[in-house]
Write a protein that binds this ligand. Structure first.
Ligand code: ACM
Ligand code: ZN
Length: 761
């Protein structure tokens, strides 16, 4: 921070045009090929803190360029030599520095005390030399990645040329946050080692520094164990619902190779070994560490959700098992931090296990949250004794935080706030901004770019405990590398800039413009990047005063065109809702379709834009627009995060609609979402009462679903009550199953009801 000049980089300078086509001296006999490589744009992501672009000649890198390095920077010099070898076809000379020889056409890698931040660097590019300075090899690597970004896409796709031009400039740079990461779940779907290496490279290119590798799950165990071989012969494989076998694991040798690859790029790999929950695969292999005991039959899970088979906290052998595994993990991963999960551990088995209950009694623990805290503290003591530190998801705050633990805040930012106030370090990855498995309708590029890792609630002193953030890539719905690329990029780059910069330096439009020059680079790297946003979206506006709903489509960016269809005809972009139907919209950019087509079903009915009074509250995460959600004519889709489903946790739905005047009512109906994998259940029953004064109620009817609550997968069901009654007020009650039933993997948790509308005809 001390050398910080200012956030002087503005759009103009960052998009400075430098068109270089240069010639090389031709040999006497045969003319040498001309390097056709031109630098089109300087568009760095993340934006450097200080950047001055010069107008002098570029540095021409060819086979005669020499890389001088200081002894401790040999690995950096080799890396730099390696990336140019790929494009020159010949190897540059790499030599120990010597002060006497100031040879031109040289690159100098120097250690200096320019800045205390180990990742800060200073880069000077002149016609006759390149100078890279930092106080550690990590800073030198960040500078080398800046050089990679200064090269044209052909450099990244490793086209061959005799020489490459690098523009004249001066950069002084440093990160704002020390922890800049991405989580990759290799359990729900398994990715080859080369895919993980691709991501190590991508993270390095964008100056991220942590790959959080989620290695164990209910659905598969992905790390070799010599001590417990059934973790690989059993726990690494699941029988899919179609009967096929799915899985795999990384050998220790493969993981060591990966760690070395990441170390070379100064990326830390933090392994996550989940406990006490998300451990059903391990328990399928070793049921003796479950509460059900050695004789129980447990399968590796072949479905998505949260599962109740967790490690038994009353069994000392469970801890011996976990400590042995962690020893094996620490032998592979040198990271200071080990992530132990700690999230989403249903307490049902512990509540019903004599060993767990005996442990609580012996340790004076008052509930199962304190038992979880005991579990985590015991593991933390083990890790600390080995010189490592523990990270856990924010559930580790419940029942008492272990003494040194770092908290990863995911269920919002509250966990991070609580940790910082308790003087514990925190890493932010709230579902609101950082979940890359969520669709663009929830988190688009602008949304992730708007993330501020430091909660406003914290004082400057407390804010020092926020180490940084991670974007999380859970892979339930990411079957392969193409999908992975599509979901991660360009949102990961958005977070990379957030974490490198200070809030006052961030400008979405400037970032967006620079990002455009990265797409050809991502293509050169064979990254199947996805869109930045949902280009077209559909909305509704409710006017309670006039009892009208206005519906329409809008485009995300001014440059886009829209084609809007209603009732099969092209039409205006917005209008009053006066009949039921489906509205669809497609955005166009320069005449070509841009982004996916979107569609929304609307229902025109008598309760549209009528006042709704809630006798039980909906949950803020699934408000679907609040008190007008059930009277806005907007129906929910098969995506329960589409913003149309209103969620009630544990509570029944209990709402009174005031039609404003007495009307003839022939049918009252609603759609419900059923997806018990995510603890969302169809109601047990649906009941409608009518009134003329809002006080005296008469039953109109009751409907019950035929759908079995055990039914897996996403389903929509409609419940209805028919009649022929006159009334002004309608009371609807939809009965929540309340608690997730005992047969379910998350038995005992609060159940949800999701409803989209109260349709009155
Ligand atoms: C999480 O998403 N369960 C940490
Ligand atoms: Zn137990």
């Amino acid at each position: 921070m001390n050398f910080l000049i200012s956030a002087s980089m503005k759009l103009k300078s960052s998009l400075f045009f430098l068109s270089l086509v240069f010639l090389l001296a031709a040999c006497a006999d045969a003319p040498k090929p001309i390097a056709q490589k031109a630098i089109e744009q300087i568009a760095l992501v993340p934006q450097p803190k200080y950047l001055q672009i010069g107008s002098a000649d570029p540095f021409i890198w060819d086979e005669n360029t020499i890389i001088y390095y200081e002894p401790s920077l040999k690995q950096s010099a080799n890396y730099l030599q390696g990336i140019f070898k790929e494009v020159l076809g010949s190897e540059n000379q790499v030599e120990l520095s010597s002060t006497e020889r100031q040879i031109s056409k040289a690159v100098h890698l120097k250690l200096s005390t320019i800045n205390a931040n180990s990742e800060a660097y200073e880069l000077k590019i002149k016609a006759d030399f390149i100078s890279v300075e930092a106080n550690s090899a990590a800073g030198i690597m960040r500078a080398i990645q800046t050089i990679r970004q200064l090269m044209p896409p052909a450099f990244l796709s490793q086209e061959k040329a005799d020489a490459w031009a690098i523009p004249n400039l001066h950069i002084k740079d440093e990160p704002s946050f020390q922890h800049r990461g991405m989580l990759l779940d290799v359990c729900r779907h398994f990715f080859e080692l080369k895919t993980i290496k691709k991501y190590v490279d991508l993270l390095a290119l964008y100056k991220m520094n942590v790959l959080h590798l989620h290695l164990t799950e209910d659905q598969g165990w992905r790390i070799e164990s010599e001590a417990y071989p059934k973790l690989n012969s059993v726990a690494s494989w699941r029988m899919e619902q179609d009967g096929s076998r799915y899985g795999g694991y990384y050998t220790k040798a493969q993981l060591q190779e990966l760690v070395a690859y990441a170390q070379e790029r100064h990326i830390t790999i933090i392994p996550e070994i989940e406990l006490p929950g998300h451990s059903q695969a391990a328990l399928a292999a070793y049921p003796q560490f479950s509460c059900l005991g050695a004789d129980s039959t447990i399968q590796v899970v072949n479905d998505w959700g949260v599962f109740k088979e967790i490690y038994c906290a009353g069994n000392d052998e469970t801890f011996t098992f976990l400590e042995t595994i962690l020893e094996e993990v620490m032998a592979i991963f040198p990271s200071e931090y080990i992530h132990i999960g700690g999230d989403e551990a249903p307490k049902y088995r512990w509540e019903n296990c004599s060993k767990c209950q005996a442990r609580m009694e012996a340790e004076g623990l008052s509930d199962e949250h304190e038992l979880q805290s005991y579990f985590i503290k015991r593991i933390e003591a083990f890790l600390n004794a080995k010189g490592r530190k523990l990270i856990g998801w924010d559930e580790i705050l419940e029942g008492g935080l272990s003494p040194q633990a770092t908290v990863q805040s995911w269920r919002g930012i509250e966990g991070g706030i609580a940790a910082a106030r308790a003087q514990h370090f925190a890493i932010m990855s709230p579902t609101s901004h950082c979940y890359l498995d969520y669709g663009l309708e929830r988190i688009d590029l602008q949304k992730i770019y708007s993330f501020d890792p430091i909660p406003k609630e914290l004082s400057p002193e407390e804010a020092r405990y926020i180490l940084g953030a991670e974007c999380n890539m859970w892979t339930e719905h990411v079957p392969d590398e193409d999908n992975l690329d599509y979901k991660v990029n360009p949102r990961m780059q958005g977070l990379a800039e957030v974490l490198w910069s200070y809030p006052q330096e961030r400008n979405f439009q400037d970032f967006y413009d620079r990002m455009q020059f990265h797409y050809p680079r991502l293509e050169a790297l064979a990254v199947n990047y996805g869109p930045e946003t949902v280009a077209a979206s559909i909305y509704s506006e409710v006017y309670l005063d006039s009892a009208k709903v206005f519906i329409g489509a809008k485009r995300k960016l001014e440059q886009l065109d829209l084609n809007v269809k209603w009732k099969g005809k092209e039409g205006p972009w917005g209008f009053d809702l006066i009949e039921s139907g489906s509205l669809s919209a497609q955005a166009y950019k320069n005449g070509s379709a841009y982004g996916d087509s979107v569609a929304q079903n609307f229902s025109f009915h008598q309760a549209l834009a009528c006042k709704a009074k809630y006798l039980s509250p909906f949950e803020k995460w699934y408000s679907a627009g609040g008190k007008v959600a059930l009277v806005n004519g907007t129906l929910g889709s098969l995506n329960f995060r589409d913003g149309q489903w209103q969620g009630f946790s544990k509570n029944d739905v209990e709402v009174i609609i005031d039609l404003g005047q007495v009307k003839l009512i022939k049918r009252v109906s609603s759609n419900f979402y059923h997806y018990n994998n995510a603890w969302i259940f169809r109601p047990d029953w649906y009941r409608v009462e009518l009134s003329n004064d809002g006080e005296n109620w008469q039953l109109m009817g009751v409907d019950s679903p035929s759908l079995d609550p055990k039914q897996r997968g996403q389903q929509l069901i409609n419940l209805e009550v028919l009649g022929k009654n006159e009334a002004r007020f309608i009371k609807l009650i939809a009965k929540n199953v309340g608690t997730v039933p005992t047969w379910h993997e998350a038995a005992g948790a609060d159940a949800w009801i999701f409803i989209d509308e109260i349709i009155v005809e």
